[in-house]
Design a binder for this molecule. Structure first.
Ligand code: FAD
Length: 434
């Protein structure tokens, strides 16, 4: 049976490891943290079908997510989203559940070792080096699954001839700060989950999720406009506290500033003996950075591709099946949202207020972030045309972001089903050009 190495015990890496170990593969996961430090002191929202998709049990505790609304920066327009079958899961419960499932399936879990770099023998990745700070460990395998997240040293240290992007640029990075306060009175907002664009003029998105006992606040800023500052965090929290006096002083959890990817899938995520999943492969919802479900689903697709390869080696030509299936089933749905996200580089608070007030940004259009299909009806286009005049100054920005939009359907459909180096190269060029 093949030997599979996984760098990083996150959602994507563990999902792939569980599926493969259940089929008898020899799977080793190397994780830099110690078990007690796994996960975070917060809960996450994710589509409810994820566990069925991967074929693993649901965690013991989870609950349906609160109804969500997008709110304009001036607070006047509220777009209430359709129910998207999302669930909320405590991050520590989720990751510990995946770890238990992995142990049950026979995965070997190594904690407290940091993966440092891939081992490369000419055109193949053959393993990786890890360290516990004192000793260095060499791991060899038939496949390295890179699940180390956005700053993965595996992806970053791949030689350029593999053709895989080593770095994410600032356009695709989001800074987020999260804090939980007690809810003094148990009062709730309507709906309970409020998402605000360009709150206080900051190019970014803030979330406030109100529950009976606590209020969960996330302050987010697109890094293209600079890093999130303490002043911006303090101002946002002060605004929420002024608006909702039941937000108490007592802090119940949270984090410092974290950097997360907000991008469509990287153009190439596989090489001979190597495949990236999850954040390491840029598999997030471009506007919000949500990546738990996408990384888990990608882990399942990757594992199935490895199983389908049987005794044959895991050359790029076979692993391409994973990239093809992930892209056609999920990745392509987020390309438009990624282009839309770029628009945020050029517009300001007034533009967003107008776009929301005039119903250019509507619930059914925003629902693509939850995986709903995008529909552009003639009536919608006519409506947009009738209110678009004041947006004329935005035309250069729209042209910059969407100039190659007509090529998008071509890029969606022309991804080669079977690996052919030349055809794949041409497709990645087209995909990058969008
Ligand atoms: C504040 C915040 C809130 C979020 N909220 C949501 C949400 O509500 N819903 C949602 O879907 N997503 C959310 N996300 C995004 C989500 O966390 C990621 O998209 C998701 O975890 C990606 O899974 P992954 O398996 O790719 O990576 P991760 O889950 O990040 O796992 C990577 C693992 O690799 C380990 N690692 C890193 N480097 C090394 C190394 N060198 N050697 C060994 N191990 C290493 C890490 O310790 C980690 O365990 C949020 C992120 C943040 C920061």
């Amino acid at each position: 049976m093949k030997k599979i190495l996984v760098g990083g015990a996150g959602h994507g890496g563990l999902s792939a490891a569980i599926v493969l170990a259940k089929k008898g593969y020899d799977v080793t996961v190397v994780e830099s943290k110690n078990p007690a430090d796994m996960g975070y002191d917060w809960h996450d929202t994710m589509p409810g079908d994820t566990f069925d998709y991967v074929g693993i049990d649901y965690p013991e505790e989870y609950e349906p997510s609160n109804r969500m609304a997008y709110v304009a920066p001036d607070g006047k327009t509220k777009v209430i989203m359709p129910d998207a079958m999302r669930i909320d899961v405590d991050r520590k419960i989720l990751i510990n559940h995946l770890i238990k499932e992995a142990e049950k399936a026979g995965v070997k879990l190594v904690f407290g070792q940091k993966v440092v770099s891939p081992t490369v023998a000419s055109a193949w990745v053959t393993g990786f080096t890890a360290t516990d700070g004192e000793k260095t460990y060499e791991y060899c395998g038939d496949l390295v699954i890179d699940a180390c997240g956005m700053n993965s040293p595996l992806r970053r240290n791949l030689p350029s001839h593999f053709g895989i992007d080593n770095e994410f640029d600032k356009q695709h990075i989001f800074d987020v700060y999260r804090i939980y306060f007690e809810n003094l009175t148990g009062e709730l907002t309507d709906p309970q989950y409020i998402v605000t664009f360009f709150n206080l003029g900051k190019p970014g998105i803030d979330w406030m999720n109100t529950n009976k006992d606590f209020v969960d606040i996330i302050v987010g800023k697109f890094e293209f406009s600079g890093e999130l500052t303490q002043e911006e965090i303090d101002a946002t929290i002060a605004k929420y506290k002024e608006q909702f006096p039941y937000i108490g002083e007592k802090v119940r959890g949270g984090t410092g500033v974290e950097r997360i990817p907000i991008r469509r899938m990287l153009p190439l995520i596989v090489a001979n003996g190597y495949a990236a999943v999850g954040d390491s492969a840029g598999m997030t919802v471009p506007l919000t950075g949500s990546g738990i479900a996408l990384s888990m689903k990608a882990g399942k697709i990757l594992a199935d591709t490895v199983i389908d390869a049987g005794d044959k080696d895991l050359a790029v030509s076979r692993l391409w099946g994973y990239q093809y299936k992930y892209f056609t089933d999920f990745g392509k749905d987020y390309v438009l949202l990624d282009l839309f996200k770029n628009l945020f580089t050029y517009i300001d608070t007034d533009d967003i207020n107008y776009i929301m007030e005039k119903e250019i940004l509507t619930a059914d259009k925003m629902a693509i972030a939850d995986g709903f299909p995008l529909k552009i009806e003639l009536s919608y286009l006519l409506h947009v045309a009738s209110v678009a005049l004041p947006l004329a100054p935005m035309v250069p920005a729209l042209l910059k972001c969407f100039k190659l939009l007509p090529l998008m359907p071509v890029a969606m459909k022309s991804i080669p089903e079977k690996y052919d180096a030349q055809k794949v190269h041409e497709w990645t060029k087209l995909y990058n050009a969008l």
